[in-house]
Structures are given as C-alpha cells and as structure tokens.
Design a protein around this ligand. Structure first.
Ligand code: SUD
Ligand code: ADP
Length: 309
C-alpha cells in the first residue's frame, strides 16, 4: 500500500518584531514574539516509487490566497524541505507533495514556512524515518528563519534570526482580524527598505530585546494591554513600500480594534479584537471600507505542525 500522511500547520502573527542592524551574513538579529493563529496549510505527502519530488497547490475552501504566486518547481519551499530531509537521511524514494493553502501568500504570515514545516513532518512520517523533533528543528532552521517556530506553534519568543525558539506562557485565546492585500511583499525587499531607512537616518536601529509589557499581557490574557504594546519595527518599511496599508489600520482602529499592525513583513494587517463577536464586527467594517482584498477572523494561540491523517 502507498504510504500517505497529512499534516496541518498554522500561519502566524508577530506580536513583537524588534529588528537590529543587518549583520555580515545579510540577516538581522531579532527579538520577536510569534503567535500561531488558526489559519492553516494542509500538506499531504505520498511516497512515490520513483525518485521524483512533485508538488501540487490548491486554495483551501473559502480562502483568499493567490496560488498563482506559488512556484511549482524545485524552488517551492515544501519541495526544498522534502529534498533536505532526503539528503539528510539518504532516502531513495520520491514523494508527491500536495499543499492546500489557507494562509495568504507573501503576506507576512509565514504560509511558505508552514508548508515547509508541514512537509518536513509529513515526509518524515511517510518515509517512516523515525526522526526526533530536534533533528527536524535543525533542518527547519536551514530552510527559513520562521520554520522552527511553525513546527512548534502556540506563542513563543524568537531570538537570533528568529529561529531560536522559547515557548511563552499565555492565558486564554486572542481574537484577530486578518486583512489581506491582492499583491504580496517580498520579505527580503522589506528588510532591504528597513536597511535603507536606517542608512539614510530616517530611522534608528536598536538592540532588539523582548518587551516585558508583551510578556505581562500574554501571561494575564489581557487583550486590551496587548493591543497597546504591539510593536513591529518592519512596519515603517512595509508602509514605505505599500502606503495604502495605513488606511487599513486606521479603519480597524475606527472599529475600536485594541491594536492594529502590519503582520511581520506585510502586507497583511492584523487587528486585535476584544472577543470573537468584536472581531466579526471589525471584519465587517473593514470589508465595507474597501481597504483590503479579503478579511477573515482568526484566533491564537494555535498548535504547531501536527499529523491529522
Ligand atoms: C519577517 C519575518 C517575521 O517573522 O517573517 P514574514 O513576516 O516575512 O513571514 C521573518 O523574519 C522572515 O522569516 P523567513 O521568511 O522565514 O525568512 P528567510 O526565508 O530565512 O529569509 C528571507 C530573507 O529575509 C531576510 N531576513 C530574514 C530573517 C532575519 N532575521 N533577517 C533577515 O534579514 C533576509 O534578507 C533573507 O534573505
Ligand atoms: N509553498 C510555498 N507557498 C508560498 N510561497 C512560496 C512557497 N514556496 C516558495 N514560495 C515563495 O516564497 C515567497 C514568500 O512566501 P510566504 O511564506 O507565503 O510569505 P511570507 O514570507 O511573507 O510569510 C512567495 O512569494 C513565493 O515566491
């Protein structure tokens, strides 16, 4: 019988994204707090008896994701994940990877990283490699800075490139409104714009440190406090490249969102609500405002990559 394994992995928002000056390796030191939210990528890995790694992509039902922007060749990060695992464990079989996307593409919510994390776990199970989570973590960090967090999910502090993960204590659920745009932003270009703003003196870089206010708000499950202390150092760079995002945040605040920010490198905007009902009200207001391509609600923390079938 052909072995087939399905894994689900979440998207994320960064509650804090503090960015230091670029290092010699081209990466930026981060102090970030990730929260996984219940928008999911679903990845099925089916063993092939030839040596090929193939990939197929579809949108999840009702999800506003631009699957046309996802590569179907060896540059797909799920294919890179399968290849990395095969290299590390000397696997000879191939694999067919099917991705069903529920996270915006190039939206600053780590959809590709979720595909990589899910593909790692699904392929490891399908090939029956008996791999431990710490081995997966190592390969995950080589694939992308966000991938180790997505494997673990929930809420976590990320240091280094964002790939050194420590779980954070939280209470209850936080309710989010996620507003997407028709076109994505390149993460590398947003970091590049951040560098330009530092060099030109428009902004100054700080030594990134985790915000105690955010930790207190999370431990208390206090959404009002959290809304006041959300911080994203990439936001000015994302706004410089996509100035219309400012009006999305303004509309969310007009609907009494507790806080609104660009998610990671953008252009998705995440707004924090008091409750699920309030999230639906903000979503309705944002939809009517016409400032976003699509608006959905989500809640976090959500679990990391997990086998579902
Ligand atoms: C900004 C963040 C915030 O969580 O995610 P997104 O919002 O894009 O999802 C991350 O730092 C993105 O993580 P990820 O998308 O996995 O990054 P990678 O694939 O490793 O790197 C893509 C590019 O981003 C830049 N990069 C990434 C991480 C980092 N600490 N410093 C960087 O300068 C580098 O230019 C790199 O070439
Ligand atoms: N499986 C994948 N899903 C989405 N994008 C992918 C994938 N593999 C490679 N990519 C490329 O990575 C880019 C960033 O993808 P994504 O992870 O969705 O965004 P972000 O880094 O903003 O969270 C895309 O524009 C696309 O070119």
């Amino acid at each position: 019988m052909t072995r087939s394994v399905t894994v689900r992995a979440p998207g994320k928002v960064n509650l804090q994204l503090s960015v230091g000056p670029v290092q010699e390796d081209g990466y930026h030191p981060l102090a970030t707090v990730f929260q996984a939210v219940d928008l999911y990528e679903t990845v099925t890995a089916t063993v092939r008896k030839d040596e090929q790694i193939t990939v197929d992509v579809a949108a999840a039902r009702g999800a506003a994701v631009d699957i046309g922007a996802v590569p179907l060749d060896g540059s797909n990060i799920a294919v890179r994940a399968a290849q990395a695992l095969r290299d590390a464990f000397g696997v000879t079989d191939g694999i067919a990877v099917e991705i069903v996307k529920g996270v915006p593409v190039a939206g600053g919510m780590a959809g590709g990283s979720a595909d990589a994390a899910a593909a790692l776990l699904a392929c490891a199970e399908a090939w029956d490699l008996g791999v431990g989570r710490s081995q997966l973590d190592e390969i995950a960090a080589e694939l992308g800075a966000d991938v180790p967090f997505i494997l673990h999910g929930h809420t976590a502090v990320g240091l280094g490139r964002g790939d050194q993960i420590t779980p954070a204590m939280t209470r209850g659920q936080f309710h989010w409104v996620i507003a997407t745009q028709p076109h994505g932003l390149s993460t590398a270009e947003v970091y590049g714009e951040y560098d330009r703003m530092i060099e030109s003196g428009e902004r100054s870089a700080v030594v990134p440190e985790i915000s105690e206010d955010i930790m207190v708000a999370l431990r208390a499950g206090d959404a009002e406090l959290l809304g006041d202390v959300l911080v994203n150092d990439l936001q000015p760079a994302a706004l410089s490249l996509a100035p219309h995002l400012r009006s999305v945040m303004e509309q969310a605040l007009e609907a009494e969102a507790l806080g609104a920010m660009v998610s990671g490198s953008g252009p998705t905007v995440a707004a924090l609500a008091r409750s699920r009902q309030h999230a639906l009200a903000i979503a309705a207001h944002l939809t009517v405002s016409g400032t976003a391509d699509a608006v959905v609600t989500a809640s976090g923390p959500a679990p990391g990559a997990v086998v579902v079938g």
